[in-house]
Write a protein that binds this ligand. Structure first.
Ligand SMILES: Cc1cc2nc3c(=O)[nH]c(=O)nc-3n(C[C@H](O)[C@H](O)[C@H](O)COP(=O)(O)O)c2cc1C
Length: 204
């Protein structure tokens, strides 16, 4: 198994499950155990959500489900298909856009689908797996191919599995896979008295 050597270089110490989560493009061919896959969706299931509406849905296929795997892959943009086709599991997250209890629009459905995906990604890291989410999907194609009903929107693509050897990637992607990890400083997005003014919690 290929462990990434450069965990997130944080400004402040955080849990290692967070520093070790990352989004690989090279995946090992090894299939993901069914029990572990179930654990990923169980983790998603226990995410927080507005009104506990749980507006997340996932269309998922493993490599051995060849027809469905191909169908999911077809809903990714070409660039993402290029690397995601090597993952042992691919998925599409879908959001329910209205509350079932009152039929009103759920302004936080994408937010909550993102939370479920993040929770799943951390559970994956805990199990030695990694999740790579993708904005680059074809939502209309996903609606057509999987008969996603009105009131539901495809949100993101997901490729997951055990991380693989970066040497398996074309040059440009390999460089990105091995590049130093970067983030904006916390002081650029955590504000206090006024928009744009760093909170004393994170001010340097
Ligand atoms: C909602 C979302 C959409 C993303 N879309 C893509 C994508 O279409 N293609 C891709 O290769 N990576 C995509 N990524 C991965 C990001 O580029 C990656 O998370 C970011 O560079 C930070 O790297 P890290 O996850 O390894 O920390 C996406 C990530 C998220 C959360």
């Amino acid at each position: 198994m290929h462990e990434r050597k450069n965990p997130a270089p944080t400004e402040t110490p955080i849990h290692e499950i967070l520093t070790h989560r990352w989004s690989p493009r090279a995946f090992d061919a090894r299939p993901v155990e069914r029990e572990k896959l179930r654990a990923l969706f169980e983790a998603a299931r226990w995410s927080a959500s507005s009104y506990n509406a749980q507006p997340w849905y996932f269309i998922v296929a493993t490599r051995d489900e060849a027809t469905d795997f191909k169908k999911v892959l077809e809903c990714f943009v070409e660039f993402n298909q290029g690397w995601a086709k090597s993952a042992p599991v691919v998925a599409i997250s879908v959001a329910g856009m209205t509350f079932q209890h009152n039929g009103q629009p759920n302004r936080h459905s994408f937010h909550d689908v993102g939370q479920a995906a993040a929770t799943m990604a951390l559970q994956a890291t805990a199990l030695g797996l990694q999740v790579h989410q993708m904005a680059g999907i074809l939502p209309d194609k996903a609606r057509e191919v999987f008969h996603i009903p009105e009131g539901y929107e495809a949100v993101a693509g997901i490729a997951l599995g055990y991380p693989g050897d970066p040497a398996s990637l074309p040059d440009q992607l390999r460089e990105r896979e091995l590049a130093a990890r970067q983030r904006k400083p916390a002081s650029s997005f955590v504000f206090g008295s006024e928009w744009g003014k760093p909170s004393p919690i994170v001010a340097k």
